[in-house]
Design a protein around this ligand. Structure first.
Ligand SMILES: Nc1ncnc2c1ncn2[C@@H]1O[C@H](COP(=O)(O)OP(=O)(O)OP(=O)(O)O)[C@@H](O)[C@H]1O
Ligand SMILES: [Mg+2]
Length: 259
């Protein structure tokens, strides 16, 4: 098991924000995670990263049960890309230094990378279509370019689990397609990490995400095969609103009936 969340609840100031969550991710599986604003997605991911502790239940990640593992070591095997990370990085750093810092899991570069590390950072940037950004200041990059740098940074540590929390925010449709093609390549490469992909847009769930978890008000509403979960019927019930799902090119597209 890559992730094993058993009967997990999380209480904060009298609010139960996660309720008896069960979620198992097996080796080789890639999951999409869907839920409305405030449903608990990021909270659940914070728990998988060990930033918050379950009030009840058990969490194991990469075979280590929380409570008996050095979290700083474990986190080196988990890549996490989110907009909050994007804001925490140093704006004047050179792009390739941002990428190479992923090896040390630090914000800013304190350890001395060797020539091999630098080469690898540049190779990862090229692989993600960000090769032309070498030597630029991070703050001069566009939203989509920053997102690519963050993924290159996450891959630098050779993670076993890669979490992408709404990675396509701020991308135009074509950059988004290009980005998703990059995600597909990451998944298809040898020794690929297991991916968790959080989104509000179901068409971003490319076929490699064969499993989907629906979360509502801190509870698992449904989890299973993406093809079976992303249907008009299930999502209309899930959102409490009539929606139409159409499958095209191996991806689901959703229309909202707003009349
Ligand atoms: N540390 C905290 N203290 C109090 N409430 C919190 C804390 N962290 C999260 N919450 C609350 O828990 C709920 C779930 O938040 P979370 O960030 O997990 O939502 P989300 O599903 O990631 O939403 P979004 O799609 O907007 O990113 C929200 O109501 C949020 O305000
Ligand atoms: Mg969130």
């Amino acid at each position: 098991m890559v992730v094993d969340v058993k009967n997990v609840s999380w209480r904060r100031d009298d609010r139960l924000l996660l309720k008896q969550i069960d979620w198992q991710i097996a080796e080789g599986e890639h999951w999409a995670l869907l839920g409305l604003n405030g449903s608990g997605k990021t909270t659940l991911l914070n728990m998988i990263n060990g930033y918050i502790w379950a009030t009840e239940g058990k969490v194991s990640v990469l075979g280590h049960e929380f409570g008996s593992v050095d979290l700083r070591e474990l986190r080196k095997s988990i890549g996490w890309v989110s907009s909050s990370l994007q804001e925490r990085l140093y704006m004047t750093d050179r792009t390739q230094n941002i990428v190479v810092s992923g090896k040390f899991a630090t914000i800013g570069l304190y350890d001395q990378p060797d020539a091999g590390d630098m080469e690898r950072a540049v190779a990862l940037m090229e692989r993600l279509g960000a090769g032309h950004l070498v030597d630029r200041q991070y703050q001069t990059c566009s939203q989509g370019e920053k997102q690519k740098l963050l993924i290159a940074r996450a891959l630098m540590a050779d993670p076993k689990l890669l979490i992408l929390d709404e990675p396509c925010n701020g991308l135009d449709v074509f950059s988004r397609e290009q980005f998703l093609a990059g995600v597909k390549q990451i998944i298809e490469a040898p020794n690929a990490p297991n991916l968790i992909y959080v989104t509000h847009h179901i068409e971003e769930i490319i076929p490699a995400f064969t499993r989907t978890l629906l979360i509502r008000s801190g509870e698992v509403y449904r989890s299973g095969d993406t093809r079976e979960v992303l249907t008009s019927e299930t999502l209309s019930e899930f959102f409490h609103a009539p929606v139409e799902v159409e499958w095209r090119y191996g991806r689901a597209w959703m229309k909202v009936n707003s009349e």
